[in-house]
Design a protein around this ligand. Structure first.
Ligand SMILES: [Zn+2]
Ligand SMILES: [Zn+2]
Length: 307
């Protein structure tokens, strides 16, 4: 039996309501993202006041800054999201441990969001759509509860990945152990547990957060578009410096499966250098590179379009 006009209107109204459901604020994320800069400042103040400047603590913080940031760019991003190369399980495991310490959610969730970003860049379905404003793309989107947390929405290849799923199930304790406990313990052996927690722990989380958030905000605003102007992603040397080499974002959106973002040897891309170096000792392989001919073709087409 066909539904009556009244019933049809009701169904339409319910569907409309479901589609326009206001996203719910995520207070855990909001509290974490707004309190960590304050806690980092307070702890650092007390550390410097009681211990002065110890270079060993600064070096430890820099090492954690690179280890956790590159675990996101080389691990979460180029290896797991884009499958731009293959890695030895030990390397992947380390990426998942240090990636969790960056406090950007599990690889499963991060990569699912990122693939949607590529598929729907700049449109309504893009989780960090730059057209919704700079702040939204940078971190505003994290302030809201996710719309697609249901397991059915996660990509199948990731759901079948045992290491990725193990990290997803144990994300919280891995993140706390690797992100806060480990730097505190190393800091203790270097002369100050507080120094390790303040600098390599909390302050480092804040720095890594914003450097990687820049990829979704500034990398869609600042720079040039040598390969395509069909989306907002841009190439910028300056952004590459602050984002472990991910600033060549116009190239990356056009050729997402390339293990490089900075394609020239002089392009600042420490993520690419790490992946390439690991391949020399057999820890990574099958590094995908877009043929030079296609790259030049895209550049020429773009130039002609601008004439
Ligand atoms: Zn992007
Ligand atoms: Zn990507």
């Amino acid at each position: 039996m066909k539904p009556s006009t009244f019933e049809q209107t009701q169904i339409q109204a319910q569907t409309f309501q479901a589609n326009t459901k206001k996203p719910e604020l995520d207070w855990v994320n909001i509290t974490f993202l707004t309190s960590t800069p304050v806690i980092a400042t307070i702890l650092s103040y007390f550390y410097f006041k009681t211990n002065g400047l110890q270079w060993s603590q600064i070096v430890l913080a820099v090492i954690f800054y690179f280890a956790t940031g590159i675990a996101i760019t080389a691990g979460y991003h180029r290896l797991i999201s884009h499958k731009a190369y293959k890695a030895n399980p030990l390397v992947k495991f380390l990426f998942l441990l240090f990636g969790a310490a960056a406090f950007q959610n599990s690889a499963l969730k991060w990569c699912a969001d990122h693939r949607v970003h590529h598929r729907h860049v700049d449109d309504e379905k893009d989780p960090y759509n730059i057209n919704k404003g700079f702040f939204w793309a940078h971190m505003g989107w994290i302030f809201y509860k996710d719309q697609q947390t249901e397991t059915s929405h996660y990509p199948k290849d990731l759901l079948n990945d045992k290491l990725v799923m193990w990290q997803h199930r144990n994300y919280l304790w891995i993140a706390v152990a690797m992100g806060f406990v480990l730097p505190t313990v190393i800091g203790y052996f270097l002369g100050s547990a507080l120094g390790g927690l303040a600098l390599a722990g909390v302050a480092r989380v804040v720095f890594v957060h914003h450097c990687t958030f820049f990829i979704n905000s500034l990398c869609h605003v600042v720079g040039s578009r040598p390969y395509t102007d069909t989306n907002t992603a841009r190439d910028s040397y300056i952004m590459a410096f602050f984002s472990y080499g991910e600033g060549y974002h116009n190239y990356h959106h056009y050729f997402p499966s390339d293990y490089r973002n900075g394609i020239r040897w002089y392009h600042f891309d420490p993520t690419k250098w790490l992946i390439k170096s690991l391949s020399l000792i057999g820890l990574t392989n099958d590094l995908k590179k877009v043929p030079e001919k296609l790259i030049v073709q895209a550049q020429v087409q773009m130039k002609q379009k601008l004439v």
